[in-house]
Design a protein around this ligand. Structure first.
Ligand code: NAG
Ligand code: NAG
Ligand code: NAG
Ligand code: NAG
Ligand code: NAG
Ligand code: NAG
Ligand code: NAG
Ligand code: NAG
Length: 896
C-alpha cells in the first residue's frame, strides 16, 4: 500500500513525465550479497509488465484508475545492458480538440469526444490476441546454437574493451532453445573438460545484454540433481517480451556462456541462435569437438553439433543434421567435400559413411545433412549412447576432424504424470489407490524412473507396473518396472532401453500402467513432457493427497516446489483423478518453524486457479522467516476450494535445500539450534520454550515447578524461585509432587480429606493448601519482597509485603492485599491503615489508541484500548498482583 501511495505523490508532483519503478539488472547495481538476475521487465505495483507494453495505471483504492496517464515499459541502455523502466505521462494535452460544441467525457476515458464519434484517441491498443501468440509460438518453437570461439559476435566489457578470450582447451558447447507460453527454455551440453560456466547472457548483434543468468557460484557447484546426472545446463528465461521474441524469430539473437569470476572473465563461448528444421524431430544430439590426434592449432576454437532424428518403426532410419566449423583449409572455398561417419567406439566399426559437399564453406556456421537406413541393432546402440559421429576434411582427414558421442537430446526434459483411476468407481479402485510417476533420460540414454503408489492394500499385490505405448492400437507393453517395486515406490534406471520408447516418450504417448490381479488397469497416467527449470529442477515432486471425501477416490496431484537464487518460490502443480475446471481454487503454502503446540503459521496464497494445472513464481523474494521454515521447518501445500473454503488436497513438503544466496542466516551444519535462535523467534513475536509456542505477554509454568516464564518481545524470560521461609518445621512440613515449596499443615489439616484435592489458584498457577510462595511478576520475575500463603481453610491466597530494606525497594508503598482465589482480583483491606492500593487510573486522552501508538505510544497489555502516551509514566500492571507500584515505567518511543 505504501508503494502505491508513493507513486501517487510522484504523479501529483512531477506530472507530466515521471520515471518510476526500477527494473534494472541488479548485476549492475549490487544490492546485498544476492546475485540477482532480474529480467529487463517492469514491475508496477505487484504486476510484471513486459518491455514495450503500455497500460493505464490503476492505483487501487482510494485513488483508482488514472485515465489520463499512460504508462509504458521502455528499454534503455545502461552501459552494455538493456534494462527496463516504467515511464508515465499525462496524455490529456494530446487529446484532439473535438469538432463539436458539446463533447462528452465517457466513463473510463481521458479525452472528451463528440457524441457518436467512435474515435478513441486515449485507448491503448496494446493487446496482441492470444491466438496470434500461439500461432507464432507453434511456427517458431525450436532453436539451436553452436557455441565456439569462431563466433562473429564481439563481446566487450563495460568499458567497451574487447573481453580477452583464452579458450586454451578448445571448449565447445551447444544449446537448444524452446519457446513455450512466452518462456524460453534453454539447455546446453558443454565439453566435459570444462567446469560449469558461471553465467549465461542473451545478447543482440551489437553485444548489448538483453538477459543475464547466473549459472553457478564459485567452484562450478550445481545443486540440481537433474543437471548433475545429465551433465546438462538447464534454465528458463521467463516472459520474453515481444521485441525479443521477434529478434529470436529473425535469428538476430546470440547466446554467450561465461567462465571465470564475476570480476574477471576467463573466457566465453558464443553463438547465434538459429532455427533448424531438424529440431522438431530431434531424438539425439551430439557435441562435436576437435578429435584426438587432430591438429589443434589449425582447429583452434572450432566445434560442431548434430541434430539426430530417428524413425524407429519397421524399417528404421536416421537423419543427421550437422552444424559445424573449423575443418576447411584456407584454399577450400567452394564445393568442398566432407566425410561424415557414424561408428561404434571411434572408427572401429563403421555404421554410416557419407561424403557430403559444402557449397560455400564459412568460418562460423556450416550445415550438412545425411539420411540413412539403419539396422534395429544399430538403433539400439544409438539409443544407448554407444555411437560416435565424426565429420572430417577429405583433403586432410587426420588433421581436420571433429567427433563426439551421440547422446540423449540436449533439451532438459522430464516426463511426468499423476496415476489415478477413472471417476468415482469404488469397485474399480476400492481403496483409492493413487500415485505419481516421473522419468527422464540420463546422458548415457538410460531411463531414470520414480513411481510412487499409495493406498495399495496387501490383497492387491503383486502390482505390475509397465510402460505401454498408447499410440499403438494394441497398447504395446514396452518396459516392465515391476521388479523394482517396493514399499510404495519403484525407483530405478533402465539402461537397456528399447529404442521404441523414445518416439512415444517425447510425443507424450507413454502410459505408466499399474495393474493388480483381477484388474486390467487399476490406475494409470500418460507421461507428459515438461522442461526442467525452476520448480521442476527440485529433486523430486511431492504427492498431494485427497482431503475431501466427496472427491473421486483416486483424486491426487503432484507438486514441484523450489526456491531460486533470488529467494523467490517457484511452484508447479498438476492434479489428476477428477475434473477441476469448474472450481475456483487456491494454492496455499503454510509454513511453521516446527510442529509444536501453538506454533505460529504463515499462510501464503501462491495463486488462485481453475483446472488441473498451475505453475508460477512469487514476484518478490520470500521473507526470511518463510525461507527459514521452508529450509528447516515444516511446510504444507494445500489446494483449497475457494467458494466452499474447504481443503481438497494436501501434502507435507520435504525440507527444501535453499540456494546459498538465500540461506545466509544459518550455517548448514547447525540448523536445529538455529530454529530456536531467539532472534529468529523474536522476529515472529512468539516465544518458543520446552517444545511449545507462547504468545507475546503469556506466562507459563515449566517442567521445573520452581521456574516460571513469560514471553516478552519474542523471548521467553524465566525466573527460578527460592522458597520463602516457612513458619513450621518437622512433621508439619511436607512437599507435594509438582510443587516448588514446602507446605505447612498442622495435624488437623493433614488428616483432612481436603488435602491434595482442592488447591488455591493464583496468577494462572495452582498451589497446595498450606504452601508459601513468592508471586511471579512480569517483567521482574519472582517478587522476593512478597510472601504469599495458600490458606488451607478458605483456599484464599494471602500475600504480605515484606518491609525488608535490604532485599526490597526502599520507598515503595507497603502493600497488603487479599486475593479472592477464584476472582483473582485484589481487594482493599480497610483494617490495615498502611495498605495503599489503587486500581489503574484510566488515561484520559482525546486521541484514539491507534493515534497514540502511531505517535510512539506503548501497548497496554492489561487494557489494549488505552495505550500509554509516549513519555507517560505508569506503574506496570502485573497479572498476579495488579498494578505494581514499586516500579515506575516510562513509555519511550515504541516502534511497535
Ligand atoms: C553429482 O554427481 C556426483 C557424482 O555422480 C555426486 O557425487 C554428487 O553428490 C552429485 N551432486 C548432486 C548435487 O546431486
Ligand atoms: C590447398 O592448400 C593445401 C595446403 O594447405 C595444399 O596442400 C593443397 O595442394 C592446396 N590445394 C589446392 C587445390 O590449391
Ligand atoms: C571417411 O572417414 C572414415 C573414418 O573416419 C574413413 O575410414 C574413410 O576412408 C573416409 N572416407 C573418405 C572418402 O575420406
Ligand atoms: C485421471 O484423471 C484425469 C483427470 O484429472 C483423467 O483425464 C484421466 O482419464 C484419469 N485416468 C484414468 C485412467 O481414468
Ligand atoms: C524413491 O525416490 C524418491 C524420490 O527421489 C524418494 O523420495 C524415495 O524415498 C525413493 N524410494 C525408495 C524406496 O527408494
Ligand atoms: C494396462 O495393462 C493391461 C494388462 O497388461 C492391459 O490390458 C491394458 O491395455 C493396459 N492399459 C494401457 C492403457 O496400456
Ligand atoms: C491449624 O491451622 C489453622 C489455620 O491456620 C489454625 O486455625 C489452627 O489453630 C491450627 N491448629 C493447630 C493445632 O496449630
Ligand atoms: C468475584 O468478585 C465479585 C466482586 O468483586 C463478587 O461479587 C463475586 O461474588 C466474586 N466471585 C466469586 C466466585 O467469588
Amino acid at each position: 500500500m505504501s508503494k502505491v501511495t508513493n507513486i501517487f505523490i510522484l504523479f501529483l508532483s512531477i506530472i507530466p513525465t515521471v520515471i518510476l519503478g526500477r527494473a534494472t539488472s541488479p548485476l549492475i547495481e549490487e544490492d546485498g550479497p544476492r546475485a540477482r538476475n532480474r529480467a529487463a521487465e517492469c514491475v508496477f505495483g505487484k504486476e510484471v509488465k513486459e518491455l514495450g507494453s503500455q497500460w493505464v495505471p490503476d492505483l487501487g483504492v482510494p485513488i483508482g484508475v488514472l485515465y489520463c496517464m499512460k504508462c509504458e515499459c521502455v528499454p534503455f541502455h545502461k552501459k552494455r545492458r538493456i534494462v527496463a523502466r516504467v515511464q508515465c505521462r499525462n496524455i490529456k494535452k494530446e487529446c484532439p480538440i473535438p469538432s463539436c460544441d458539446e463533447p462528452v467525457l465517457a466513463p473510463g476515458r481521458c479525452c472528451k469526444v463528440c457524441p457518436g464519434d467512435n474515435y478513441n484517441p486515449d485507448i491503448i491498443q496494446d493487446i496482441v490476441p492470444q491466438s496470434t501468440i500461439d500461432e507464432d509460438e507453434k511456427s517458431n518453437k525450436h532453436f539451436a546454437a553452436l557455441l565456439t570461439v569462431r563466433s562473429s559476435l564481439i563481446l566487450r566489457n563495460d568499458d567497451m574493451q574487447p573481453i580477452p578470450n583464452e579458450n586454451k582447451n578448445n571448449v565447445v558447447a551447444t544449446g537448444r532453445f524452446t519457446i513455450q507460453k512466452k518462456n524460453l527454455y534453454y539447455s546446453f551440453y558443454i565439453s566435459d573438460k570444462a567446469a560449469r560456466p558461471r553465467a549465461l547472457q542473451f545478447v543482440d548483434h551489437d553485444g548489448s545484454i538483453l538477459e543475464e543468468h547466473t549459472l553457478s557460484s564459485a567452484g562450478g557447484h550445481v545443486s540440481s540433481s537433474y543437471q548433475n546426472v545429465t551433465r546438462k545446463v538447464c534454465g528458463v528465461w521467463r516472459r520474453l517480451s515481444r521485441n525479443y521474441r521477434r529478434l529470436l524469430k529473425e535469428e538476430k539473437m546470440f547466446v554467450v556462456l561465461m567462465w571465470g569470476t564475476k570480476d574477471v572473465t576467463e573466457f566465453t563461448l558464443s553463438g547465434q541462435i538459429m532455427k533448424y528444421v531438424a529440431l522438431g524431430t530431434e531424438l539425439f544430439s551430439s557435441l562435436l569437438e576437435p578429435a584426438p590426434n587432430s591438429d589443434l592449432t589449425l582447429m583452434a576454437g572450432s566445434g560442431g553439433t548434430a541434430i539426430v532424428s530417428a524413425s524407429t518403426g519397421l524399417s528404421p532410419s536416421i537423419h543427421i543434421a550437422v552444424v559445424f566449423n573449423g575443418i576447411f583449409t584456407a584454399n577450400e572455398t567452394s564445393n568442398v567435400p566432407v566425410n561424415i561417419t557414424l561408428s561404434l567406439d571411434e572408427r572401429r566399426q563403421i555404421i554410416l559413411e557419407e561424403k557430403v559437399k559444402v557449397s560455400k564453406p564459412v568460418h562460423e556456421l556450416n550445415v550438412i545433412e545425411v539420411r540413412s537406413p539403419v539396422s534395429p541393432a544399430d538403433l539400439r546402440l544409438l539409443t544407448r549412447g554407444r555411437l560416435v559421429l565424426s565429420v572430417s576434411s577429405v583433403s586432410r582427414p587426420e588433421a581436420l576432424r571433429l567427433s563426439g558421442n551421440v547422446l540423449t537430446k540436449t533439451t532438459c526434459e522430464l516426463f511426468q504424470t499423476t496415476l489415478n483411476s477413472s471417476g468415482n468407481d469404488k469397485n474399480a479402485n476400492p481403496h483409492g489407490a493413487s500415485g505419481l510417476a516421473w522419468v527422464y533420460l540420463n546422458s548415457e540414454g538410460s531411463l531414470v524412473y520414480n513411481v510412487q503408489i499409495e493406498n495399495l492394500k496387501e490383497n492387491q499385490l503383486p502390482a505390475f507396473i509397465t510402460l505401454n505405448d498408447a499410440s499403438t492400437k494394441r497398447k504395446t507393453e514396452l518396459e516392465d518396472l515391476t521388479p523394482y517395486f517396493n514399499n510404495g515406490w519403484a525407483n530405478g534406471t533402465l539402461d537397456k532401453l528399447s529404442p521404441r520408447v523414445l518416439e512415444p516418450l517425447y510425443s507424450g504417448n507413454i502410459v505408466v500402467n499399474v495393474t493388480i490381479p483381477g484388474f486390467n488397469s487399476l490406475i494409470r497416467g500418460r507421461l507428459s513432457p515438461r522442461f526442467v527449470a525452476d520448480a521442476r529442477d527440485a529433486p523430486a515432486p511431492t504427492l498431494l493427497r485427497r482431503e475431501d471425501s466427496e472427491l473421486p477416490v483416486s483424486t491426487t496431484g503432484m507438486v514441484w516446489l523450489n526456491v531460486d537464487g533470488d529467494c523467490q518460490i517457484q511452484y508447479d502443480v498438476t492434479l489428476g483423478g477428477s475434473t477441476f475446471s469448474d472450481r475456483k481454487m487456491e494454492l496455499v503454502l503454510e509454513t511453521l518453524p516446527m510442529i509444536a503446540p501453538g506454533a505460529p503459521v504463515i499462510t501464503r496464497v501462491l495463486e488462485e486457479f481453475r483446472g488441473n494445472q498451475v505453475e508460477g513464481a512469487s514476484t518478490e523474494p520470500l521473507p526470511r522467516e518463510e525461507l527459514m521454515r521452508l529450509g528447516t521447518g515444516v511446510a504444507f501445500v494445500k489446494i483449497i476450494d475457494k467458494t466452499q473454503q474447504k481443503e481438497l488436497l494436501k501434502t507435507t513438503l520435504p525440507q527444501i535445500k535453499l540456494p546459498s544466496s538465500c540461506a545466509p542466516y544459518f550455517p548448514e551444519n547447525d540448523i536445529p539450534t538455529q530454529v530456536l535462535d531467539p532472534s529468529y523467534i523474536g522476529h515472529i513475536e512468539a516465544c518458543f520454550h520446552e517444545g511449545k509456542f507462547y504468545q507475546e505477554g503469556d506466562q507459563w509454568t515449566t517442567s521445573d515447578p520452581c521456574t516460571m516464564c513469560f514471553c516478552q518481545n519474542g523471548n521467553p524470560k524465566c525466573d527460578t524461585m527460592s522458597c520463602p521461609k516457612v513458619p513450621c518445621s518437622g512433621n508439619q512440613r511436607t512437599k507435594e509432587p509438582g510443587e516448588c515449596c514446602p507446605v505447612c499443615l498442622n495435624s488437623s489439616y493433614l488428616s483432612s480429606e481436603l488435602s491434595g484435592t482442592k488447591k488455591c489458584s493464583f496468577g494462572g498457577k495452582f498451589y497446595s493448601p498450606g504452601s508459601y510462595f513468592h508471586p511471579f511478576l512480569i517483567p521482574s520475575g519472582f517478587d522476593l519482597c512478597t510472601d504469599c500463603y495458600c490458606d488451607p481453610g478458605t483456599f484464599e491466597v494471602k500475600c504480605t509485603r515484606q518491609n525488608n530494606d535490604k532485599l526490597c525497594c526502599k520507598n515503595c508503598p507497603v502493600t497488603k492485599a487479599f486475593v479472592d482465589s477464584e476472582n483473582e482480583t485484589y481487594v482493599n483491606d480497610p483494617s490495615s491503615p498502611n495498605v495503599i492500593y489503587s486500581f489503574l487510573k484510566p488515561v484520559t486522552s482525546t486521541r484514539s489508541p491507534q493515534e497514540i501508538l502511531a505517535a510512539g505510544g506503548c501497548k497496554n497489555f492489561e487494557n489494549p484500548s488505552q495505550p500509554y502516551e509516549n513519555g507517560q509514566k505508569f506503574h506496570p500492571w502485573i497479572a498476579s498482583l495488579g498494578e505494581y507500584k514499586c516500579v515506575t515505567c516510562k513509555c519511550k518511543v515504541s516502534t511497535k
